[in-house]
Design a protein around this ligand. Structure first.
Ligand SMILES: [Zn+2]
Length: 254
């Protein structure tokens, strides 16, 4: 039984067939899905979905760096309230994204730190998005994230960056579809990451794994990333399933 540790199945791209998407994942053994919110409305939607699918869908609540300018005191208060619901298993996704830079850097940094504080207050793990922002994420975790736990979701960096991320003891690395593609250092990262600190995810509806030609990713496809991880580590799919599921259960308390 695999866990898709990161899938945005609350988003409109699943409006036509959301229930069928969840059902076919479960039928194929992807029995648990973590859906992280990206702003207040999607955090509410993720929670509603989790309440409708107890034990199968779990929610994260947070504001994505793209939407960091939507964060304010009212949003913060509502997120804090949502985060205390039993179906909420993480704060996130939040992070820093300097690739698209849809919110100013100083706003992203302030919102990042606010999420760390909320995670600390509520003893929840963090789901962290990093894009072209590794140095700032590391700096802010060093100054504001001591003792926290969580995951660097859809890890896309180098081996050296992975080593820095793993220096935070409570954190794991999660692989998504890019692990199945050429032209990155991810196979080397997948070889060095301790097995008790690795997760798999789809980041649906984005990042369809190879060799699939689907236009939309969905939790069912997490198996392709798990198979690639198994191949790289010389393990069976069963072993990778057991390991990554145990890690997700431990991190998120599923
Ligand atoms: Zn995401």
């Amino acid at each position: 039984m695999l866990v898709d540790s990161h899938a945005h199945i609350d988003t409109p791209r699943f409006d036509d067939d959301r229930e069928a998407v969840i059902q076919r994942a479960v039928a194929e053994g992807i029995t648990r899905i973590v859906d992280p919110g990206c702003d207040l409305p999607s955090s509410q939607a993720a929670l509603a979905l989790a309440k409708a699918h107890p034990g199968t869908v779990f929610a994260g609540v947070g504001v994505h760096p793209h939407d960091a300018t939507t964060y304010n005191e009212i949003v913060a208060a509502q997120l804090r309230e949502l985060a205390q619901e039993p179906e909420v298993v993480a704060i996130g996704e939040f992070g820093l994204d300097y690739f698209r830079m849809l919110s100013p850097r100083d706003v992203q940094r302030a919102v990042f730190c606010a999420h760390l504080e909320l995670a600390r207050e509520l003893h929840l793990p963090c789901i962290i998005h990093v894009r072209d922002s590794h140095e700032d994420v590391i700096e802010l975790l060093r100054s504001h994230g001591q003792g926290l736990r969580g995951v660097f979701h859809c890890f896309s960096g180098t081996v050296a960056q992975a080593e820095e991320c793993l220096s935070f003891e409570g954190f794991m690395l999660s692989f998504a579809g890019p692990l199945t593609k050429q032209g990155n250092e991810l196979p080397d990262v997948a070889r060095m990451v301790p097995l008790e600190r690795v997760l798999v995810e789809t980041d649906s509806p984005y990042l369809v794994p190879k060799p699939l030609k689907a236009r939309r990713n969905e939790p069912l496809f997490v198996r392709h990333t798990a198979e690639k991880l198994a191949e790289i580590r010389g393990l069976s799919l069963e072993e990778v399933t057991t390991i990554t599921t145990a890690n997700a259960v431990r991190l998120f308390g599923l």
